[in-house]
Design a binder for this molecule. Structure first.
Ligand code: MG
Length: 283
């Protein structure tokens, strides 16, 4: 374990180094058991677990990995190339620091849901560094607009920098706040971003797991959804949003029709996770 800790922190402090600093074949084989990547052996994953409570409170791990991600994107991705920026973020998350982006595996489920919904107006709860916003931009129709809400102002700065670099900042607005901040963010969505009765076609929920149900209820109380609106939620199994899962189960085929997608937690293949994709039926 110590070996990997040293190895990964070495790569984190030498981002400019060529691939010679990547894990050796021997190290990589030890990082996998039965073909499964073992995030537990990565120092950056252990570091994240140690600060999980902090992470769930302030949405930064506390070691500067989010800021370094923006630098990595600028140095390693082609400016204005959405695909290449997404690729660079995945590369950083696999090889440098473990990140809590939705990731490539669950990201493909999100992409499909966006393509199916063909939304014009999208809302994301939990921008983090902008990875899922990039994926939604790629999958949504031309002319669609995404508003992404982020609790942490420093993350919002990082996400805006990455979105700008990818050339999509005219299609995404990042707002600092929460839906439950006493009406400030809701007022901004309605006054400045065109949210009104039945206007919202797609929602991606990926923030404070204990706020999934209350924020969905806030959205419903504003009447923004219409029959056919699609709501996708990440991390329903890990770290887990059991009350959200139960909430949707209770009104299956009455108010919501939900599909549960089995997947793995981002950037590894040992811990399992669930992505819920729910069609709003109205009522
Ligand atoms: Mg997530």
């Amino acid at each position: 374990m110590t070996t990997f800790a040293k190895e990964e922190s070495a790569t984190e402090t030498s981002i400019r180094r060529p691939p010679a600093s990547a894990p050796s074949h021997h190290a990589r084989s030890l990082l996998e058991i039965g073909g499964r990547r073992m995030p537990f052996m990565r120092w950056s994953f252990i570091r994240l677990l140690l600060s999980l409570r902090r992470l769930m409170r302030v949405w930064q791990v506390g070691d500067g990995r989010e800021e370094r991600l923006a630098g990595y994107v600028v140095e390693n991705a082609r400016e204005g190339d959405l695909d290449d920026v997404i690729r660079a973020i995945d590369e950083y998350s696999y090889s440098r620091s473990y990140m809590i982006n939705v990731g490539d595996e669950k990201g493909a489920i999100l992409d499909e849901a966006v393509r199916r919904a063909r939304p014009s107006q999208l809302l994301e709860l939990g921008t983090y560094c902008g990875y899922s916003a990039l994926r939604m931009c790629r999958a949504m129709p031309d002319g669609a607009r995404l508003v992404s809400i982020e609790f942490n102002a420093a993350n919002a700065v990082i996400a805006r920098r990455i979105l700008e670099y990818a050339g999509v900042s005219d299609r995404v607005a990042v707002l600092v706040g929460t839906l439950g901040d006493g009406g400030l963010t809701i007022a901004s969505l309605e006054a400045e971003h065109g949210f009104s009765a039945g206007s919202l076609d797609f929602v991606f929920i990926d923030h404070d797991k204990s706020a999934y149900v209350s924020d969905l209820e806030l959205i419903l109380s504003r009447g923004w959804l219409h029959p056919g609106s699609v709501v996708v939620a990440d991390n329903v199994k890990f770290p887990g949003a059991p009350d959200y899962r139960a909430y949707l189960k209770e009104c299956q085929d009455v108010r919501w029709r939900t599909i549960e997608h089995e997947a793995h937690l981002e950037y590894q293949s040992l811990l399992r996770d669930l992505v819920l994709e729910s069609d709003y039926l109205g009522g």
